[in-house]
Design a protein around this ligand. Structure first.
Ligand SMILES: Cc1cc2nc3c(=O)[nH]c(=O)nc-3n(C[C@H](O)[C@H](O)[C@H](O)COP(=O)(O)OP(=O)(O)OC[C@H]3O[C@@H](n4cnc5c(N)ncnc54)[C@H](O)[C@@H]3O)c2cc1C
Length: 396
């Protein structure tokens, strides 16, 4: 077993750290958070480093890298700031679905634009009030050579002016014997008539990353906008969740490390009762616990990413990395605020923002209980049972 990053991976990490140092200036971050504004200029610059298309093939103007490189980048970005970091991590949200299941024409049209920071993308899966995937109410009806889509989606990030398309999870009228077989993903350009984006919602954390409700009123798109084959939406979704849960794990490791860095710097200079706070053994033990948890979360995340790049995505590991890293980020941020005392609560010291962002990131790709359900299902072979029932093949 070799746990060393390659020289190229170390260089990528260093390049991203330099980028963060140059662009994520404290006053810039503060200003963008206060205004809840998308960091458009930083997103534009990130394409000079190849960040938005890091894992796209070179033929689509990408860098041809793998999942581990994406993880390393997400970690370093969120270590600097999770709000700007998440905006960059999610710039091509859903692009994995196009990469793996999309047609050549869909890839050729959209991936280079994402790689060059011309457009953002998003997924529109979530609907208010639904419980199971089979409850999805957004309906896609085949009419001649078109799909006519009607429904409403919530929490759609990147929605509004900057997103070029959404990948929308829909229920088709035609279905197989199982409800999951009715699910399809359809690419819908955001400027299509009938795509109605509501105002952004105010959030606790990740304030630069807008989330919107989106309504689809008789949206008519060509039949070719279907992603992959009919009835494959469930399989595509399960596959996508592995990537998205891993992205959240990487962001969480970055947030935890960023909070730790700030805690470490603070306790080295703050004096109480004639001693630096770092000289109290209780502070030393807190830091030791934090560092250990972060390293464990990082290792799980890297292992899951490494497996994805070498011989197959492991759904259980992705979920475990997500669970452990999101828990760690929240606990480390909490402890960091404690170590900073009253200053930890003040905007100026940044760590309250890390705490809020850690909480938000941990909710994005499924709540903790749902992630635990997924892990348990893999322990008892339940998800395999469902795969078999739907005659799904494992996708790399
Ligand atoms: C910042 C942000 C951005 C988002 N961006 C997008 C986006 O771009 N596109 C998109 O489609 N969606 C997006 N989402 C939606 C996100 O995927 C959902 O919010 C998330 O999956 C949780 O679902 P929920 O909100 O319905 O919570 P619920 O599932 O209703 O959970 C509520 C509570 O019930 C518990 N619970 C639920 N089911 C079970 C169970 N089976 N057993 C035990 N306990 C359970 C949960 O753990 C939780 O404590 C975003 C969410 C956030 C916060």
């Amino acid at each position: 077993m070799n746990f060393e990053l390659t020289n190229e991976q170390k260089q990528i990490k260093k390049a991203v750290m330099d980028f963060v140092r140059g662009e994520f200036k404290r006053d810039v971050v503060h200003d963008l958070v206060q205004k809840e504004e998308y960091p458009r200029h930083i997103w534009k610059k990130s394409s000079d480093l190849g960040l938005p298309g890091i894992a796209f093939p070179e033929s689509f103007q990408g860098e041809g890298m793998g999942v581990l490189e994406k993880v390393l980048i997400a970690e370093e970005l969120c270590r600097g700031d999770a709000s700007i970091g998440s905006c960059l991590v999610y710039a091509g949200y859903g692009a994995e679905i196009l990469l793996q299941f999309g047609s050549y024409s869909q890839k050729k049209t959209w991936l280079p634009k994402i790689a060059c920071s011309e457009v953002l993308s998003s997924v529109a899966f979530f609907e208010p009030g639904i419980c199971r995937l089979s409850d999805i109410r957004t309906v896609a009806e085949k009419v001649g050579n078109n799909w006519v889509v009607n429904g409403a989606k919530s929490f759609v990030i990147n929605a509004g002016l900057l997103a070029g398309f959404y990948i929308v999870l829909c229920r088709a009228n035609s279905a197989g014997p199982f409800p999951e077989q009715a699910l399809n993903m359809i690419l819908i350009e955001t400027d299509h008539p009938g795509v109605i984006t509501a105002d952004g919602q105010a959030k606790m954390g990740l304030r630069m990353l807008a989330t919107h409700d989106v309504r689809l009123d008789n949206v008519c798109v060509p039949i070719e906008n279907l992603v992959g084959n009919e009835g494959q939406g469930y399989r595509q979704l399960m596959n996508f969740f592995n990537y998205s849960q891993l992205a959240v794990a990487a962001q969480s490791v970055g947030i935890a490390q960023g909070a730790f860095d700030r805690a470490f710097a603070y306790v080295k200079q703050r004096k109480q009762f004639g001693r630096k706070i770092i000289d109290f053994q209780i502070s030393q033990h807190k830091l030791a616990d934090m560092a250990t948890d972060i390293e464990a979360a990082r290792l799980l995340t890297y292992q899951a990413a490494w497996k994805a790049d070498n011989g197959g995505m492991d759904a259980r590991l992705c979920a475990m990395a997500n669970l452990h890293a999101t828990r760690t980020a929240l606990a480390v941020c909490d402890e960091t605020i404690q170590l900073l005392g009253g200053y930890g609560y003040m905007l100026e010291y940044e760590v309250e923002r890390f705490f809020r962002d850690a909480k938000t990131v941990g909710l994005m790709e499924g709540s903790r209980h749902v992630i635990k359900n997924k892990i348990f299902d893999t322990l008892v072979g339940k998800s395999n049972h469902l795969r078999n029932r739907l005659q799904l093949k494992e996708h790399p």
